[in-house]
Structures are given as structure tokens and as C-alpha cells.
Design a binder for this molecule. Structure first.
Ligand SMILES: C[S@@+](CC[C@H](N)C(=O)[O-])C[C@H]1O[C@@H](n2cnc3c(N)ncnc32)[C@H](O)[C@@H]1O
Length: 308
């Protein structure tokens, strides 16, 4: 239990005190303080000479660089193809500038699609194993699951995986499917907000910023079976995943979203409701970024094995 207790302590300390160190003069991005506070503590407490930190989804470097600041002796790798949230194409050079401003010499940017990078990870990390793995890249179901599956050969015996944006029901589904199919991995901690922070206001939004941003699932490698098998909440119904097959097989699949945008622009949603009443469990409250995380634990829940 020594490793699991160490990880739990890092989470508890971040829950109580937030980040370990901040450089708001240089760093900005999409992340909560409890989240990067946990990453920083894990970087200090868990990484060894033989292990490294790896993240998928660097954006402008907040999590990668603030975590790397916490342990100058360890190695930190970040994968991003800089293909999203970067209309002016400036994020890669921004990360490089910020790295230089912070005087960091322990980070490596892997400018590639996550799947290409993870399938050939030894090219980048050599003999090192991954001790802390942070997933914050593409959030479609398949990518979330692939990020979990492809890392398995590279994980250290003692490894912790943090999955950002676990507010999203389909992200929780990928985490659940991974946990269901490999019992060497256990859910250690989960915490959510009632909606994506972009859809929150006032105190609720501030709480997300000071907290875990858009929900977190933390999984540990537990080959000795010390923790109970527990899973994030999802829907049993698989309709939406079945829709995915129909979409892939339709005549103009990539135009579907475009049609949806037209419906939105011309406020045609009510028409849809008249033509076919949508099921309640699939009807979002917001125009975008519906997470279906209302009612989930907001104060953080540890695996029940640690209750006693
Ligand atoms: C939410 S941002 C990450 C936020 C970041 N961790 C921070 O600290 O602010 C998601 C990032 O994932 C990257 N991404 C999306 N799809 C990707 C893919 N297929 N391969 C690599 N990176 C990808 C995007 O370019 C974007 O920069």
C-alpha cells in the first residue's frame, strides 16, 4: 500500500492547499489548482531516476511546465500536435518561450499526434518508464480509451494515471471500460463539477478553477489487488455509441457537425423537438460541452478500501 498511500497523500494535500507553486506571470491555460497541485506533488514524491512524467495535451504548457518546475531532477514529456485550440498556430512557440522564461531544462515537447507518439514512445523516452501519466488531449471516446490502452507497456510498476475532463460522461465511459477490462488498474479518486467550467458562473466557476477544472479520475496500477474494484458512473444504455457506427457508415459523415451548426445558427432546435421528442438522458442543458455530471461527487471521493 506504500505507493497508493503516497499518491493519496499528494491528492489530499492538493485538496487542502491547492498548487505547490505558481508562475501566473508566465503560465496560463485550462486547468484547476487542485489538479496541477496534485501533479506537482506527484512529480516530487513519485518520480524516480528510472521513471518520467508524460502528458497528452500540452496546449500552452500550464500543466507540463508547472509540474516540471516542481522537480528539476526528473524528466517531463508532453505530446501535442498543436492541431486544436490554436487558430493562429502560436501554441508550440509559446510553450518554447515559456520554457525558456522559466529556465526549465527538464522538459521535452513531442510534436505529434498522440497515437503516433504512444505507439513509438521508446523513441522519445528511451528506457525510462512512465510513473505519472496525465491525459488531457482529444476527448472523443476512442481517443480517451486509446490513451489508456497504448500506455500500458510503458508504465512503471508503480504508476498513476490522471484523466482530466472526466466530467464528460463519454470520458467516464472510456475510463470504466478500461478498468473493467484490466483489473490490474483501480480507480483511486474521482471528483466532478456539475457542468463544464465554461458553462458555470460566479462561485461555481471559481470553485472549478481553484479545484479540478472539468472533473478528474485518478487510476493507479494495483497489480497486488489492494484496492476495491470501483467505477465512475456512466449510463448502461449504449445508444450513442451505436449512433457512432451509423455516422461512420453514412454518406457524408464529416458534414453532420456542419449541419448541426446550421441548425444552431438558424435556431432550428425547437423544430427537432417537435419532429421527435429527445430522450431526457441525452438532452443537454447547454449548447455545447454538456457533461452530464450533475449529482456526482463534488468534494472528491477516494476508493472505499481507504475508508477504514
Ligand atoms: C485542453 S488542451 C490541454 C490543456 C493543457 N493540459 C493545459 O495545461 O492547459 C488539449 C490539447 O490536446 C491537443 N490534442 C488534441 N487532439 C490531439 C491529438 N490527436 N494528438 C495530440 N494532441 C492533441 C490539442 O492540440 C490541445 O492543445
Amino acid at each position: 500500500m506504500e505507493f497508493i498511500e503516497k499518491v493519496s497523500r499528494c491528492i489530499k494535500e492538493a485538496q487542502e492547499s491547492g498548487s505547490l507553486l505558481e508562475r501566473e506571470d508566465v503560465l496560463s491555460g485550462y486547468s484547476g489548482k487542485k489538479l496541477y497541485g496534485t501533479l506537482q506533488r506527484l512529480a516530487k514524491e513519485v518520480l524516480t531516476e528510472d521513471t518520467c512524467y508524460l502528458e497528452v495535451g500540452v496546449y500552452q504548457g500550464l500543466t507540463l511546465l508547472s509540474t516540471a518546475l516542481a522537480n528539476p531532477k526528473a524528466s517531463f514529456y508532453g505530446i501535442d500536435n498543436f492541431a486544436f485550440f490554436d487558430p493562429e498556430g502560436k501554441n508550440k512557440s509559446l510553450v518554447e518561450e515559456r520554457t525558456a522564461k522559466l529556465g526549465l531544462e527538464n522538459t521535452t515537447l513531442i510534436n505529434a499526434d498522440y497515437e503516433d507518439a504512444l505507439e513509438n514512445l521508446e523513441q522519445y523516452i528511451g528506457d525510462k518508464k512512465v510513473g505519472v501519466y496525465f491525459i488531457d488531449g482529444p476527448h472523443d471516446y476512442r481517443s480517451q480509451l486509446m490513451c489508456l490502452l497504448l500506455i500500458k507497456p510503458y508504465l512503471a510498476d508503480n504508476a498513476v494515471i490522471l484523466i482530466d475532463d472526466s466530467n464528460y460522461r463519454h470520458v467516464r465511459q472510456a475510463n470504466r471500460d478500461f478498468l473493467k477490462t484490466d483489473t490490474d488498474f483501480k480507480l483511486l479518486f474521482e471528483s466532478y463539477t456539475p457542468a463544464h467550467p465554461m458553462n458555470l458562473k460566479g462561485k461555481d466557476k471559481e470553485k472549478a478553477l481553484q479545484g479540478w477544472w472539468d472533473g478528474i479520475n485518478i487510476i493507479v496500477k494495483d497489480a497486488k489487488g489492494q484496492l476495491n474494484q470501483e467505477f465512475p458512473e456512466t449510463l448502461r444504455n449504449r445508444d450513442l455509441y451505436e449512433n457512432e457506427h451509423l455516422l461512420h457508415a453514412s454518406q457524408y459523415p464529416e458534414q453532420t457537425l456542419f449541419l448541426w451548426e446550421i441548425m444552431k445558427k438558424f435556431k432550428l432546435y425547437p423544430l427537432l423537438n417537435i419532429l421527435r421528442k429527445p430522450k431526457k438522458e441525452y438532452s443537454g442543458k447547454f449548447k455545447n460541452a454538456n457533461t452530464y455530471s450533475e449529482g456526482l461527487s463534488q468534494n472528491g471521493k477516494f476508493n472505499s478500501s481507504l475508508d477504514s
